[in-house]
Design a protein around this ligand. Structure first.
Ligand code: PMP
Length: 440
């Protein structure tokens, strides 16, 4: 019998230490031109405040991943003993992920992350509809969705589907009345569970049944909500739900698509073809170590959900309160205040004259923090955040916005330091703006 019990933190610390030692010796001790791995310089000294972009892997999950990678040679599809042992780890993870979102194990399909899950759900529903000569060609989504949702919809738009954005309220939540009027005759509604920039949580429990009554399939990108706020695939009446491990302290590059009712009867066709893995819907050898770690991380995040949410939510509320006390109306919180992930805040900064400051300059002056001005997925894109623009934030304000994503590793001193430093840096930028304004 395999030992599927979670490894202890001590054991994991040892494994991680052993791993870095091996890496260092393989790299010849010091990084150089001939290094096989980047220099193992230890943890960065910055304070990490970008948990909406990614979370660090839980040490227990990382140690399990290491153990499975090193000790289990088998392909989980192979019938021999090693293969079947690997398959047991995959199936245990399937149960853990299913439990975390109130789904059944047979409803969970493993993927490489939420990007792939979103593509599979959206393109797969359209492909299945084409196969059964479905006449409905209207697709509904929100303008604030992640690019991995907007991208496949745009591709379908180019193939003749009508893609419509459901109007949002000023707080970024979907306008349910408008949605109700748009559902008739639609094939699919994709509505995110929580936003990756503002943390705004959508009213899925109201929106989804409205769609189901009219025979509209519902997909939700739940990458950000897993392990943060209780979430039920069954309770919210969702047909397809995308999940990502690295947003809930699991490894990067692994995720899942939950298909309510299971794959066999789902109105979903594969978009990638190969072997019969995952009931034929997502072929490719399963990434056993990462899947095992995802399962454990999802279970641990669910166990810690309430305590983490309370502690980290209090840190976030305290950060906002301090900033408002310090800066008054020179700072604004974007998106819904109540219906929000506990670790998220989107903050726009202004000068005395009410002009937005430059968030890039803020970040450049705060090198001791890992902070993001917009979604990490948009890095390198000169466009202002489409999420903020879609909720009515002006272009200049969008360029003046910081996204803070707190996490397990953060403590009171981090948010205290951030609010104090933001106070200093905003004052400096304001002074510079004043001098610039006066310059002939
Ligand atoms: N959807 C949302 C809401 C996200 O925040 C992200 C990650 N930025 C993704 C999808 C993509 O997830 P992954 O990195 O697992 O592909």
């Amino acid at each position: 019998m395999p030992d599927l019990s979670p490894v202890s933190v001590e054991a994991s610390a040892l494994s991680v230490a052993a791993l870095s030692q091996t890496a260092a010796s393989e790299a010849g001790g010091i990084a150089g031109a001939s290094s096989r791995v980047p220099e193992a310089a230890g943890r960065p000294e910055t304070i990490y405040l970008d948990h909406l972009a990614s979370t660090p892997c839980d040490p227990e999950a990382a140690a399990l991943m290491h153990r499975v990678a090193v000790e289990l040679s088998g392909n989980p599809s192979s019938p021999h003993a090693s293969g079947q042992l690997a398959a047991r780890y995959v199936e245990r993870a399937r149960e853990q992920v299913a439990d975390a979102v109130n789904a059944l194990p047979e409803e969970v399909v493993f993927t490489s992350g939420a990007t792939e899950s979103n593509n599979l759900a959206i393109l797969g529903v359209a492909a299945a509809a084409r196969e059964r000569d479905e006449r409905r060609r209207r697709l509904l989504t929100l303008g604030i969705e992640h690019p991995s949702v907007l991208g496949p919809f745009a591709a379908l738009g180019r193939r003749g589907y009508e893609v419509e954005s459901v109007p949002l309220q000023r707080d970024g939540r979907v306008d349910l009345n408008a949605l109700e009027g748009m559902l008739e005759g639609a094939l699919l509604l994709s509505i995110q569970a929580a936003n990756n920039e503002t943390g705004t949580i959508q009213p899925l429990y109201e929106a989804s049944p409205m769609a189901a009554e009219r025979g509209v399939l519902v997909h939700s990108d739940a990458a950000q909500i897993l392990g943060k706020v209780l979430f039920s695939v069954e309770g919210a009446n969702l047909d397809f739900v995308s999940l990502s491990a690295h947003k809930c302290y699991g490894p990067k590059g692994v995720g899942a698509l939950c298909i309510r009712g299971g794959v066999a009867s789902a109105p979903l066709a594969p978009i990638v073809f190969g072997g019969g893995h995952e009931n034929g819907v997502r072929p490719g050898t399963l990434n056993t170590p990462a899947i095992a770690a995802f399962g454990l991380a999802a279970e641990l995040a669910t166990e810690r959900l309430e305590a983490d949410g309370l502690r980290i939510g209090a840190l976030r509320d305290d950060l906002e309160a301090r900033l408002i006390e310090e800066l008054g109306d020179r700072v604004r919180v974007n998106g819904a205040i109540e219906s929000r992930l506990p670790h998220a805040t989107s903050l726009t900064f202004f000068d005395d004259a009410g002009c937005p400051l430059d968030a890039d300059a803020l970040v450049a002056n705060l090198p001791e923090f890992d902070l993001s001005t917009a979604s990490a997925c948009h890095v390198g894109t000169p466009e202002p955040s489409h999420v903020l623009r879609a909720i009515g934030v002006s272009q200049a304000e969008a360029y003046g916005t910081l996204r803070v994503g707190l996490g397990r590793g953060n403590v009171d001193a981090d948010t205290g330091r951030l609010s104090a430093r933001l106070g200093e840096v905003t004052r400096t930028l304001q002074r510079r703006n004043r001098i610039k304004a006066k310059a002939p």
